[in-house]
Structure formats: structure tokens, C-alpha cells
Design a protein around this ligand. Structure first.
Ligand code: UT7
Length: 332
């Protein structure tokens, strides 16, 4: 069997033009810049324009990723969109992205794993590539959370933003070494993905609406403290799991590109893992929590400014509603 490995050959991202600062938000709800910065690290977020839908954001991020990778629409065999805020109930937002990009071949599908959606989508595309069924895949996380927020609920409306980020995966050869054996993991690409869900925790982070349950879209509801606790514990555990699966030490990780929900969660994970905070790529201060888009947005920034470079070991990890959480370990 061919030893395929999914290489990340390009990335791109897009943020809507409108910026909403904490000070502006504090004029709408009983909050303050001071509270938001101290409790979350968030200073501002981007908000999609009227009429700008999730597939518009995704299309912009994909175009930039395709340019970066030097590929054309004809090269793409699979489009996977991670989103919790689809354009419509159906068809899949991925089909809208596919059409907007002028891609006419291959398959397009959405993955719904809330804030963990990008890691789940990466795993889906990676497994198609490893099976030899797909040569080139576009994986994009795109969200318009501004449409599902209760703008009167200060406990949630200050936390989220809109945006999109994408990567291009292409089948390459692995290093022909058995997983975990000496030398394993030196060839570039996704080394492993690790996914988990536990539906018993539905009620700590959910949207109180949907086509089947209420025939309305609904609004995001969250027990912040509980989600916080699960986030630190589960994200530290899945980082260990990814390292053990590849026989690498936590200290071998050059960069952690985490889901960006709260700076205090990231501090907590860094402390639990014993990793310096300087190894974490942070964008939550400027983007807030963009759910499935947060990892590829952060990744794109760090690749383009030269922090992440060829040969680096990169850990991406995320947790969100479900609960669902996961990690991907990548040799850049
Ligand atoms: O993407 C994955 C999903 N999301 C997350 O990972 C988020 C996880 N949770 C969190 O980030 C934090 O729990 C929050 C930022 C949501 C909240 O921080 P906290 O330190 O857990 O605060 P809290 O919920 O315990 O609230 C403390 C106080 C409360 O007032 P009382 O009851 O002590 O009088 C809240 O009503 O802060 C109040 N509060 C606010 N005050 C000013 C809650 N939201 C605000 C606000 N401005 N925006």
C-alpha cells in the first residue's frame, strides 16, 4: 500500500472589514473593555457585512490559500467546509464555496463539530488522501457567529467574531518508516489526528434552535465556567495523546496553534503541558472566538509572518459544542 501523507501546501484567511471594539460593545450591553480584556484577552472582533454569508468568507480564504499553494480550481478533488453557521439549512455550504470558486469536479461536504470543526475536517480530508481517494483537498473553517449571538446576553456576545481560514492539502509520500519508529515523522505532512466527542455535555454549549427542533435558527447558549474547565483538561489530554501516538515529546513541539476561545484557557493549557506561552500562536485578542475558523486564521498569520517554517512540528487542537474536541500533529 502506498504510504500517502497529506502535505499542507498553502494557507489563506479572510476577515470581514467591519471591526467591533470592546468599547463599542460596552455601549450595547452592561460590560466594559476592562472586564472583557481581563477575563478573555479579547480586544476586538470582525463582523460580516449585511448580506455577506459564510460561503463568501470561505471563498476569500480559499482563493488566498489556492494562490499560496499555486493550484487552480481544476486541481481540487474535495472541498470540506467546517461551519456551524451554514448559509442555509441545505445545501452544504461547501457546495456554495465550490461553485463560487469555479470548481466543477470532485465532492463538497460540510463538517459540523462547532469550534473543533477545523480539526475534524482536517481529519476527514486527511483520511480521504491516505486512502488514495483524493489527491488535493481544500479544507476551510468559516463562520458568521454574529448571526447566532444573542446580542443582549453579555455572557456570550462579547466572546465571538466572524472570519474564515483555509488550507490546501495534497497527497505526498510519507517517510516509509513505521509510526513511532526512529525517524518517523520527518517527512512533511499530517502525522496523526485524534478526535473525541461526548454528547452528554450538550447542554453546556448549544444553540437553542434548529430546523427540526424549533424551526428557527436560535441563539448560542453557554455555561462558560463549565466549558472552560473541560477545555483545559481535554485539550491538555489530547496534546499528550498526539505526542504519544508519534513517539515525540511535548518539548519537541515548535508551535501550538490552538482554538482561540479565551487567553486564560490558553494560559491554563500551557501551564498544564509545561510549555512556554511563546510557543502558542495567539490571535484571540484581535479576532475573538471565530469557532471553526480560529485555527486556520491563526495558522495563516504565523506561516505568513515566518514564525512557522519548514521542518517545524505543529500541534493544532480545539474543543467546542458537543462536546467535541481533537488535535492534529503536523510536520511543516
Ligand atoms: O469555543 C469554545 C467555547 N467557549 C469557551 O471556551 C469559553 C469558555 N468560558 C470562558 O471563556 C469564560 O467562562 C467566560 C469568559 C465566558 C466567563 O468568564 P468567567 O471568569 O468564567 O466569569 P463568570 O461567568 O463566572 O462571570 C463572573 C461575573 C458574573 O457576575 P456575578 O454573578 O459574579 O455578579 C457575570 O454575570 O461576570 C459577569 N459577566 C460579565 N460582566 C461584565 C459575565 N459576562 C460579563 C461581561 N461583562 N461581558
Amino acid at each position: 500500500m502506498t504510504d500517502y501523507r497529506s502535505r499542507l501546501i498553502g494557507c489563506g484567511s479572510y476577515l470581514p472589514e467591519t471591526v467591533l471594539t470592546n468599547a463599542e460593545l460596552a455601549r450595547r450591553v452592561d460590560s466594559s473593555d476592562e472586564w472583557i480584556v481581563e477575563r478573555t484577552g479579547i480586544r476586538k472582533r470582525h463582523i460580516a457585512a449585511d448580506g455577506q454569508v459564510t460561503s463568501d468568507l470561505a471563498m476569500q480564504a480559499c482563493r488566498r490559500a489556492m494562490d499560496h499553494a499555486g493550484i487552480a480550481p481544476d486541481d481540487v478533488d474535495l472541498v470540506v467546509v467546517a461551519t456551524t453557521t451554514p448559509d442555509d439549512t441545505f445545501p452544504a455550504t461547501a457546495t456554495q464555496v465550490q461553485a463560487k470558486l469555479g470548481i466543477r469536479q470532485g465532492a463538497a461536504l460540510d463538517v459540523q463539530a462547532v469550534c473543533a470543526g477545523f480539526v475534524f475536517s482536517l481529519a476527514v480530508a486527511d483520511n480521504f488522501i491516505k486512502a488514495g481517494q483524493v489527491g488535493t483537498a481544500l479544507v476551510v473553517g468559516a463562520e458568521t457567529y454574529s448571526r447566532i449571538l444573542d446580542w443582549g446576553d453579555r455572557g456570550t456576545c462579547v466572546l465571538f467574531g466572524d472570519g474564515a481560514g483555509a488550507v490546501v492539502l495534497q497527497a505526498g509520500n510519507g517517510d516509509g518508516v513505521a509510526r513511532g519508529a526512529p525517524g518517523w515523522g520527518q517527512a512533511p505532512g499530517i502525522l496523526s489526528t485524534h478526535l473525541h466527542s461526548d454528547g452528554r455535555f450538550r447542554d453546556i454549549l448549544y444553540v437553542d434552535g434548529g430546523p427540526s427542533a424549533t424551526r428557527t435558527v436560535g441563539h448560542l447558549r453557554m455555561s462558560g465556567k463549565e466549558v472552560f474547565r473541560h477545555a483545559v483538561v481535554n485539550l491538555a489530554a489530547v496534546a499528550h495523546e498526539a505526542c504519544e501516538a508519534n513517539a515525540v515529546r511535548l518539548s519537541d513541539i515548535d508551535w501550538v496553534v490552538p482554538h482561540q476561545a479565551n487567553l486564560r484557557i490558553l494560559d491554563g493549557i500551557a501551564r498544564k503541558l509545561g510549555l512556554p506561552e511563546e510557543r502558542f500562536i495567539i490571535t484571540v485578542d484581535r479576532h475573538a472566538n471565530t469557532s471553526a475558523a480560529s485555527i486556520p486564521l491563526a495558522l495563516d498569520e504565523a506561516v505568513r509572518d515566518g514564525r512557522i517554517k519548514a521542518g517545524d512540528l505543529v500541534l493544532m487542537e480545539a474543543i467546542g459544542g458537543g462536546l467535541s474536541w481533537g488535535a492534529a500533529l503536523v510536520r511543516w
